[in-house]
Design a protein around this ligand. Sequence first.
Ligand code: G1P
Ligand code: ZN
Length: 544
Amino acid sequence: MSRTLTVETTPYDDQKPGTSGLRKKVTRFQEANYLENFVQSIFDSLEGFQGQTLVVGGDGRYHNAQAIQTILKMAAANGFGRAVVGQGGLLSTPAVSHLIRKNEAFGGIILSASHNPGGPDGDFGIKFNAANGGPAKESLTAKMFARSKVIDRYQILDADDVDLDSIGTSRLGGMSVEIIDSVADYADLMETLFDFDAIRTMLAGAATLLFDAMHAVTGPYANEIFGKRLGVDSAHIINAKPKTDFGGGHPDPNLVHAKTIYDAAMKADGPDLAAASDGDGDRNLIIGRGCFVSPSDSLAVIAANAHLAPAHSGGLSGVARSMPTSAATDRVAEAKGLACYETPTGWKFFGNLLDSGDITICGEESAGTGSNHVREKDGIWAVLMWLNILAARTMSVADIMADHWATYGRNYYARHDFEEVDAESAANLMRRLRERLSSYPGTETDAGRIQTADEFSYFDPVDESLTEGQGIRLIFEGGSRIVYRLSGTGTVGATLRVYIERYEPPDGELDKPVPEALAELIAVSRSEAGIERFTGRTEPDVIT
Ligand code: G1P
Ligand code: ZN
């Protein structure tokens, strides 16, 4: 027999969800009642879930399974009627989003710190997704934080652990727990969106795919979808076994951490498409033979070519990008007469536009692209979209990029990250920029004249909410931009992100190395913000 316990607790003061849920060191989550407090704060911020379904899963990082046991017992004690859980506790973020929608669930809880490192000394994270399958809105995360500051008790079932490894249904108090195949539903969805026959035929010929699952959650998805359903040789799906510490690596699909596939793709006999995804399977890296595709460009190419995939053969309703993402997609939207929205950083801001049907495709410069098939960005989806485009156009990735720039022009783009800087200094840097905003317009710099300067705020046309303080923008005559914002996903100090962009028209120079094309703007980005003075740094830690 199991019984419900009401446990007394005291609040923690640092449970404010960031860009994508609550992220902290594993060790913080292991402190007494830390996870319990936040989970109860989630439940206390929701209404009407009695007897309803909750989807639960995570990216398999250290502490995943243990956290799921706690969450299931608390969900049962709080009155959920049914939990749907991925086998072994594994579910990619887009798969959770799909399962919420498919099961008409009340919502879902995802355990992940995305691309942050895992293991006992790594990061852990938790976030709640609502009935539309998307991340909780700002108004809801604000409620959770407020609740976490005063929480004084939580409810949990005193029961044995659930066997997460065996598919089947069991009971936890008044709640049924269904352990399901983590991959099948998601793989079936993908088959409805893309031309699997054409991709299979292409891959059975000379074309090759190399996929790096980075020892994270997408391994099983890649084996099923690319391997079994599309015929990719298992030797070309690397690091496919999920590990609690991601094999000691950093599951961030960029040119540093996915260097193996980058090096392979840069060889003359390299794969036609090399791709990777991150810890929880929502990000993607796309590299053609000899040609890295920046995420901002990838979004633009997808917007221009999505009609080649069966899901979008009727065209798109509109597109959206996060503010710091390059305006390459805007060019496509303009040429095709599509509505184009600019939202704050974070996937949660796309949800309303997707739900209302205003947009079909959206993305971020941080390696996230997706569509209205779920309410999260989706790494495997992006790879399938590129495969579908390659199969339909029978051109190389490099040729597709050259053709794209020759049609729409090129938005040279880079993001410079200054990581783990002192939080107060970073705040001071931003404050000084904010104070100087009104003096910028008309200022001459080595990179041209500044036309406007502002702090980005977003008015959501669907729910009419206003989100302020979303990054400082210096916009130059001719459309070049420098954007500054502080990361909302880090767990140590502050990370200053500087986004730099310059547009080159179709008849301009389209083949310059990016650092060269952006040299003047980069210098101005450093001097105007006083980056060295405030942070002590002369160079960024990461350039993407
Ligand atoms: C980062 C990215 C952002 C993305 C988020 C979650 O957030 O910049 O685009 O939505 O991770 O994957 P940030 O650390 O910049 O707040
Ligand atoms: Zn992620």
